[in-house]
Design a protein around this ligand. Structure first.
Ligand SMILES: [Zn+2]
Length: 385
């Protein structure tokens, strides 16, 4: 099928697509998000650098790549967001808070941005779905604290396979703690998606790392073919200089903040710093918050926007990773419903009554690849990703 020029002009006229390249129609289609948070320019800059390199060389891609700009108004004003976080509202679609049905004049500016992005994604998928090999998504961010580069992923085997190509720490299961991210939305559509965090917002190396990530991702998706030296060079750019292992981590604790104006992280924590249980970490309304568990500090909040104060993560063992990969491909799944306290509520989901099933419930369902969220004090919802 010839590439439809009409469609591409339709796609680009909204200003939502910052850069794209079209090549062979039977390759992979890579869809990138940059600037979902307006105060994170590294991804935008990295795309501009790539674009320039493509302009000034005879490089071409096999497949297609699109870079979608996130929160346009927030990017203009260099703020994380204007009214509400654009990366926390993606699971409202299809619920009673779905703003695509009712989107009044006074609704948050981000509702419009989200609808526009959703529309762009749907148009790209429609444009390619007849001959695409597969769709791959990546969302580029930076953090308020100093940090090495890392990857966030919803824990599916496909996502693990994609994320494994990058020599950076990988954090599993963020979607259980942080609801409504764009990554979860994409995963729920059934596509591979990973989040890349390049380092601190204004750190110059965050742009370099974002660019290195993109080149390696292009190679992984077979859009281009890098030489061994290039792969080594970009991998070295990404690798942590302070010895943080590029293995998997899981989230052990999530400190929620209701009003970031009353939350103050104690100065000096960098992402992945090791903390012992009881280490003083922050103040909220004057009250000291100590680490409830030992582990590594993750995404400490050093800005006055956002509701995630900090998280504590811990390394996941190789054994668990292999076992879970094995179990997910096995037939043992069908026995989960016979566990005490477990009720089937859909073809991919179970409810677990915690008054009956006290022990290891979360761990067992994680092993089998389920997303586990709390419905209420005594009930868990386990959904197969
Ligand atoms: Zn961000």
């Amino acid at each position: 099928m010839p590439i439809s020029e009409l469609k591409i002009s339709e796609l680009t006229k909204t200003g939502r697509i910052r850069w794209y390249r079209d090549g062979n129609r039977n390759g992979n289609v890579l869809i990138l998000f940059v600037g979902i948070h307006g105060n994170e320019p590294a991804g935008l800059n990295a795309i501009d650098r790539l674009s320039e390199k493509f302009e000034t060389s005879d490089l071409s891609v096999y497949g297609s790549v699109y870079a979608i700009s996130g929160n346009l108004k927030a990017i203009d004003s260099k703020q994380r967001y204007l009214d509400t976080d654009l990366n926390r509202l993606w699971e409202l679609y299809g619920t009673d808070k779905d703003f695509s049905i009712q989107n009044g004049e006074n609704s948050p500016s981000e509702f419009g941005e989200s609808l526009d992005i959703k529309n762009t994604i749907e148009n790209i998928i429609e444009r390619h779905q007849d001959d695409v090999k597969s769709f791959v998504f990546a969302d580029l961010h930076t953090t308020s604290a100093r940090s090495c580069a890392f990857i966030l992923l919803n824990d599916t085997l496909e996502n693990r396979d994609l994320a494994r190509s990058f020599p950076v720490p990988q954090i599993l299961g963020i979607e259980e703690n942080i609801q409504g991210t764009l990554l979860s939305y994409i995963n729920n559509l059934g596509y591979k998606a990973i989040g890349f965090e390049a380092g601190a917002h204004e750190d110059k190396t965050s742009v370099e790392r974002s660019e290195a990530f993109l080149w390696l991702l292009f190679d992984k998706c077979d859009l281009i073919s890098l030489s061994d030296e290039e792969i080594k060079h970009y991998s070295d750019t990404l690798r942590s200089k302070s010895g943080i292992p590029d293995t998997y981590f899981e989230i052990r604790h999530h400190q929620l903040v209701d009003d970031p104006h009353y939350f103050e992280m104690i100065e000096g924590f960098e992402n992945f710093d090791i903390v012992e249980k009881e280490t003083p970490l922050a103040y909220e309304r004057g009250e000291l918050i100590r680490a409830p568990v030992s582990g590594r500090i993750f995404m400490p909040l050093y800005q006055k926007k956002g509701h995630d104060g900090f998280l504590i993560i811990r390394e996941v063992s190789e054994y668990w990773l292999r076992l879970s990969a094995y179990l997910r491909k096995s037939f043992i799944h069908s026995f989960l419903k016979y566990l005490p306290g477990v009720t089937t509520v859909g073809s991919r989901s179970y409810e677990v009554n915690l008054r009956v099933a006290r022990f290891l419930v979360k761990d067992i369902f994680h092993l089998f690849g389920y997303r586990v969220t709390k419905k209420d004090e005594n009930t868990l919802i386990c959904y197969r990703r």
